[in-house]
Write a protein that binds this ligand. Sequence first.
Ligand SMILES: Cc1ncc(COP(=O)(O)O)c(C=O)c1O
Length: 393
Amino acid sequence: MHQVPFHRPCLGPDEEREVIEVLRSGWITTGPKAKRFEQEFAAYVGARYAVAVAHCTGALHLALYALGIGAGDEVITTPFTFTATAEAVAYLGARPVFVDLEPEGLNLDPAKVEELLQSGRLSRPRVLLPVHFAGQGCDMNRLLAIARRHGLKVVEDAAHAAGSAIRLDGRAMVKVGAIGDLSCFSFYATKNITTAEGGMVTTEDDALAHKIAVASLHGMNRDAWKRYDATGSWYYEIDELGFKYNLSDVHAAIGLAQLKRADEFQRRRAQIARAYNDAFAAQMALQTPRARADVEHAWHLYVLRLRSERLRIGRDAVVELLRRRGVGVSVHCIPLHLMRVYQVKYGYRPGDFPVAEDAYSRCLSLPIYPAMSERDVEYVIDTVLATVREHLN
Ligand SMILES: Cc1ncc(COP(=O)(O)O)c(C=O)c1O
């Protein structure tokens, strides 16, 4: 039987060459490769500053920390995300305030955010933290306007969105990373570009970039990584306590090679998404994801929704059948308000966010990555269509 794993990273001779160069250089932790990765990533998204970190979870933590978020503050975000988004808020003693989604793209619904802010139910809203779900940009024109009106900072969780872009009012397409106050990226193994584990914060703000860079390595001054080098000094000062979130040169080296292929990866993802959408369009039991006209979708995930009323079996059974037939599928996301810790700690309950719950009950993610062959794509299409046809009402 043909097998298509849910994900396989696209790594080749360029990544190997970059990593070997680091291993032989005598300097394997944060150093020149990490610095170059920051510069090249900043140029890629069109941001003034980029700070490389160990993961997106750390990026989010540092971004909120740099904005001075602390106990009693409220951070407005989506429940339809990975736990890291809200976890970073909780690290600082602040409260993640979830708002439901717009039903098409499954991103934060700006109208519901505005309604909450006007309701008087919040006591200290400080940050709007949208997640560009699956790689499709949120409606940033409306979210930025709302944030401005209510004095909120905007931190974007761009874990899914390296390479995606949004048409801002009166401007050309702007890449995610050059839009809000701070954007946080992930280079986890499955992400659009990977460093195995890694992350990045981008910003236009000099002071925030500096604060994040210093805090990412124990609060030591910026060039402390050179302290074992003839060009550096053994002395460093600590003005504020920091964290251990620096990215090693071994990881950054992989990122440098991946970044060179980012546009090619992006084209292949979009091509696979188009092939899926074309193949599934006529099957009424399937709801395909649509890219809005005002965005460039990064297609980190291809999230299909079942039209449950047309099928005799539910999502879990479809996932199980596809897996048994060799198609690696997954489910994104399990809404956070359905998870025990968010219920116990913050009082969320099933039923709080009906759009997120409806999406969760019907969604599954198909394999989508540049290492897929044409045969892999065809196999996924044929297997999904056959499985659905066998169980139509
Ligand atoms: C939306 C979102 N935010 C944050 C993260 C955390 O990323 P990392 O694993 O790099 O910490 C993930 C990881 O999958 C994610 O999907």
